[in-house]
Design a protein around this ligand. Structure first.
Ligand code: MRU
Length: 320
């Protein structure tokens, strides 16, 4: 099943806010509906957001045909629906570059973005599984954070795609899914995907991760990215940095799996990235709160970055 697709003139997504209780499809026929779905995390995860951005412009091209001003505003609304994952703006801009050629050309470009993400997931699964065996031995036990499976892409996924590939090869000895407060992408979504795939796993509270690594309960941390900066800094779901520190302290690899569409050479380092602040309500309704949705893992804590084309060994001084 595809997390996001173009079906009969509109976008169809799996509504990730309803999981794991219900597998509900949402049909998004207007730009406003898509932007609301992106903001509520009904569709989420960097590669899926790239596809959403591109399909969003395809929607806009139909909805606002002939009204240049309204069309430009709609494209901007899509691009800026969330700030941190580079894929969203990139996907939207790629499709928008075809606007002069008409709505069908825009849709063709958006479908190409979708198809490239599907191919990238497959390539990362192979490259990443090979690397994990090289780094950890024949049957790695992994700790993962947030949700990086098919739900976060179109099919397959990034880090969780690697985990699934290890399982397929009979080369996976265990998975710990970090629950990922406050919206529980790990406990709700990764757990759901692992269960569907028949892969055994345990969920841990986020703050247990570094201790579990120190106690030898995993051989590596493997997770995704929303943006990889020119210097190798990795922007990903808040909590990733703590896992990187835990991995470094325990002497374990910290492997980031993300498509080339998430590598952002225009952004020098993590300090230059806008970290989405999702407001206090998601954390607590009754006290002031600070709720950054992402954090930055400094490049010197990253062992390797696996994309669909390359394995970059930052631990050996290789550059992006
Ligand atoms: O806020 P979210 O759920 O969109 O955050 C998603 C993540 O941080 C993922 O780890 C990242 O996008 C990689 S997805 C393959």
């Amino acid at each position: 099943m595809r997390t996001i697709d173009w079906v009969d003139g509109a976008i169809e997504i799996i509504d990730q806010t309803a999981l794991p209780g219900e597998v509900r499809m949402l049909r998004l026929a207007t730009v406003a509906e898509l932007v609301a779905a992106i903001r509520s995390l009904a569709v989420r995860g960097a590669p899926a957001l790239g596809v959403a951005g591109a399909f969003g412009v395809a929607l806009a091209a139909r909805q606002f045909a002939g009204d240049e001003r309204a069309l430009a505003d709609a494209v901007q609304l899509v691009e800026r629906a969330r700030p941190t994952a580079v894929n969203l703006g990139r996907g939207a801009q790629r499709a928008a570059a075809r606007l002069a050629a008409g709505p069908e050309a825009v849709l063709a470009e958006a479908c190409a973005v979708r198809d490239e993400e599907i191919a990238a997931s497959a390539a990362m699964a192979t490259l990443g599984a090979d690397l994990m065996v090289e780094l950890c031995g024949p049957r790695p036990r992994v700790l993962t954070h947030c949700n990086t499976g098919g739900l976060a892409a179109v099919t397959g996924g990034t880090a969780l795609g690697v985990v699934t590939e290890l399982h397929r090869r009979g080369a996976l000895a265990g998975v710990i899914a970090s629950e990922t407060r406050p919206l529980l992408q790990g406990a709700r979504l990764t757990a759901w995907e692992l269960r569907e795939a028949g892969i055994e796993f345990r969920v841990a509270v986020d703050s247990a991760g570094p201790f579990l690594l120190a106690r030898g309960e995993a051989d590596a941390v493997i997770l995704g990215a929303d943006r990889i900066c020119a210097n190798g800094d990795v922007v990903n779901k808040v909590g990733s940095y703590a896992h990187a520190l835990g991995a470094r302290r325990a002497g374990l690899p910290f492997v980031v799996v993300a498509p080339e569409s998430t590598v952002d050479p225009q952004t020098p380092d993590g300090a230059a990235v806008e970290i989405e602040d999702r407001g206090a309500a998601e954390v607590t309704g009754y006290a002031a709160a600070v709720n950054p949705a992402f954090d930055v893992t400094p490049h010197d804590l990253v062992t390797a970055i696996v994309t669909d084309r390359r394995v970059i060994r930052l631990d050996r001084g290789e550059k992006l």
